[in-house]
Design a binder for this molecule. Structure first.
Ligand code: FE2
Length: 317
């Protein structure tokens, strides 16, 4: 397959403070070079006999393919990031305020990251992360780092080839000039497209689909706030004896003996039960408690999630 060179989006003659000479050299030599390199690497990969090729040859070509491909993609985004009047548009200001507190806060962080990369090489990338449904300013050294599954929406090139011709070592002046040329409308359109990428699918337990669950952070917060809640560890006996630890402030009860201890619980306060990882034992216990008239829920992720958030445990006696 052949990768094609895309046209330069930013209308170089409209840029304020960046010379045509710099932009043309950047586009033709560095961006064009990445696409040409990517095509040459692809050809070599297509010709490679993977059954006999030594590991270092496979590693080398696949690493160079990644670098060239990211260089191609980020350069296209970089050139498409400029060509505007640098005046933020309202819907994009609202998005940045939601995710960074204020436009100024986002801009200060993005700029500072560019200044900090001055004299080094890399990228500053504003990336939408579907998992969190928000934007993050991402640091990238070389061309080979990107947020996995992220959707980049704005890129600042901090390789010296992007500014040295016009700015010498004054990377700060280059960053400020870049910001003055931002194409905010195009940036917002890319942001509008980004959330169409679906976040990773959440865990679905079809057999317990209707059972109400509660996140471990919420349980910890309820306990810390002194809210009336009866939290019970119902891991199977063999789990507790193997791990010998239990969440601090929480009692263990044997799920096999549910009928014996259920009567000790109050029906006027909510009950939260959990097992090792938040699957069958915790869910089934919660169902049995609900059938007996308790306001019971299971804790998602179970004991392991409790430990994963760094909540305290103690030895079980
Ligand atoms: Fe570049």
């Amino acid at each position: 397959m052949r990768y094609s060179v895309k046209p330069i989006h930013c209308r170089p003659w409209t840029l304020n403070g960046l010379s045509l000479k710099l932009i043309e050299s950047h586009y033709e030599n560095n961006y064009g070079g990445a696409v040409r390199r990517l095509n040459a690497i692809t050809q070599q990969l297509e010709a490679l006999d993977f059954a006999t090729a030594p590991g270092y040859a496979v590693n080398g070509l696949k690493r160079e393919e990644l670098i060239a491909m990211n260089s191609m993609i980020l350069h296209e985004l970089y050139f498409a990031s400029m060509g505007g009047d640098g005046q933020p548009i309202k819907p994009m200001v609202e998005v940045l305020t939601r995710d960074f507190g204020s436009l100024e806060r986002w801009r200060a962080e993005f700029r500072a990251m560019g200044y900090a990369l001055g004299g080094g090489s890399g990228w500053v990338v504003l990336t939408y992360v579907p998992r969190e449904g928000r934007l993050v300013n991402q640091f990238a050294a070389e061309h080979s780092q990107a947020i996995a599954g992220g959707v980049p929406v704005l890129a600042l090139d901090m390789y010296e080839h992007a500014y040295h011709m016009d700015f010498g070592a004054n990377a700060r002046a280059y960053v400020d000039t870049f910001m003055r040329n931002l194409e905010w409308t195009a940036l917002f359109k890319r942001y509008e497209d980004a959330p169409k990428v679906q976040p990773p699918r959440p865990l679905v337990q079809e057999e317990f689909g209707d059972l109400p669950g509660v996140d471990v952070e919420e349980v910890k917060a309820m306990m810390a706030a002194g809210q009336p809640v009866q939290v019970i560890d119902v891991r199977p006996r063999h789990f507790v004896s193997r791990q010998q630890e239990i969440a601090e402030g929480i009692e263990w009860r044997d799920p096999e003996q549910l009928q014996q201890w259920m009567g000790d619980l109050s029906k006027s306060e909510p009950v939260v039960v959990y097992c090792a990882y938040g699957f069958h034992i915790g869910c089934k216990t919660a169902i049995a408690l609900r059938e007996a008239g308790f306001d019971a829920r299971y804790m998602r992720g179970g004991h392991s999630a409790w430990k994963a958030i760094g909540a305290p445990t103690k030895m079980h006696t």
